[in-house]
Design a protein around this ligand. Structure first.
Ligand code: SAH
Ligand code: AVI
Length: 310
């Protein structure tokens, strides 16, 4: 089965469940990637600004831990916004390998990075990182692999899937490698809910754009006007639950199947888990990593963590 057919089968399977769901990876066509970039600039979306602040403050220490001639492999690189500070400070990088599912956006970002850092080999990989994929062999032999996973994208995976993804990263890091990861922290629910219900309505557009993506690329016939964005923080589960709520009883078709939606029925599009430091360390340990260093901001909103293979 090719990538497109297995994606379509995955979407149909999610809509066939009693509680309908679509994976958040389908947010990211070109427009979805642009809308995500707009989210990162929103005043309510504390994650990006806070993470960049932590990176700037601690990049010398990070560079020391990483050492010379590493290969930097970034999962879900998007516009590689936070990576620039690393590319400026890491010592004689062997290569930078951004991996992302959003093909046009990745290739344009990689080209831009290559022009800003001509001395570094930039080798983009278009792939769904939840499925097996090959990494390129850089011209300079890396001394170690550093997997970089910023943005708290790990939070978009349910706990078992997050642990499985950490295991994949553990394999990529090999025994002498490390994982540098951004992890959003549990905090006052009001701060979290505001980040996913911004007053400019960009997160709503991002959520609804998934339906347009499925119409354009997978032959669906969703009417995006028939849905509303919904995001609530579930404190017990420590996660934001992001959904699209049908505003009328209607039907949608995709992949030769027709699905009935009730007025008020939800399609789950994303979870965004928030961790405690202890909770994340316990999960990382199960995946074969030990947390060597944690950096946070003064308000303890967000963390950047350096995990070594055990
Ligand atoms: N790392 C950036 C972007 C985060 S947005 C930052 O911190 O700002 C999440 C990114 O992961 C998007 O660029 C999206 O296209 C990518 N992504 C999401 N699911 C993916 C998957 N399964 N495989 C590959 N890339 C994925
Ligand atoms: C990519 N990911 C970490 C974002 C998040 O905060 O969970 C995606 C997002 N969804 C809505 N706003 C941002």
């Amino acid at each position: 089965m090719n990538q497109h057919s297995s994606d379509l089968a995955e979407i149909v399977a999610g809509l066939s469940e009693p509680a309908k769901r679509i994976s958040p990876k389908f947010f990211y066509d070109e427009r979805g990637s642009q809308l995500f970039d707009a989210i990162t600039r929103l005043p309510e979306y504390y994650l990006t600004e806070t993470e960049i602040g932590i990176m700037f403050e601690n990049v010398h220490e990070i560079a020391e831990l990483v050492g010379p001639q590493a290969s930097l492999i970034e999962f879900g690189s998007g516009s590689s916004l936070k990576t620039r500070v690393l590319l400026q400070h890491l010592n004689s990088l062997a290569a930078y390998v951004p991996v992302d599912i959003s093909e046009d956006h990745l290739l344009a970002s990689a080209k831009q990075i290559q022009s800003e850092f001509p001395e570094i080999e930039v080798a983009p990989v278009v792939a769904d990182f939840t499925r097996p994929f090959d990494l390129p062999q850089p011209a300079i032999m890396p001394l170690r692999n550093i997997v970089y996973f910023p943005g708290s994208t790990i939070g978009n995976f349910e706990r078992d899937d997050a642990e499985a993804l950490l295991r994949v990263m553990r394999l990529e890091a090999k025994d002498n490698g490390a994982l540098l990861i951004g992890v959003d922290l549990q905090k006052d629910p009001a701060i979290i809910e505001a980040a996913y219900n911004d007053s400019a309505g960009i997160t709503a557009k991002f959520n609804l754009n998934m339906l347009q993506h499925l119409n354009n690329d997978y032959g669906a016939d969703f009417d995006a006007h028939a849905f509303e964005h919904d995001a609530n923080y579930d404190e017990d589960e420590g996660r934001v639950v992001i959904r699209l709520i049908s505003q009328a009883k209607h039907q949608v078709s995709i992949g030769g199947e027709t699905f009935a939606l009730d007025d008020g029925e939800a399609i789950l599009t994303e979870y965004s888990h928030k961790y405690t430091l202890d909770g994340f360390a316990a999960m990382a340990a199960k995946a074969g990593f030990r947390v060597e260093k944690v950096w946070t901001d003064a308000r303890q909103l967000f963390s950047v963590q350096y995990l070594v293979a055990v």
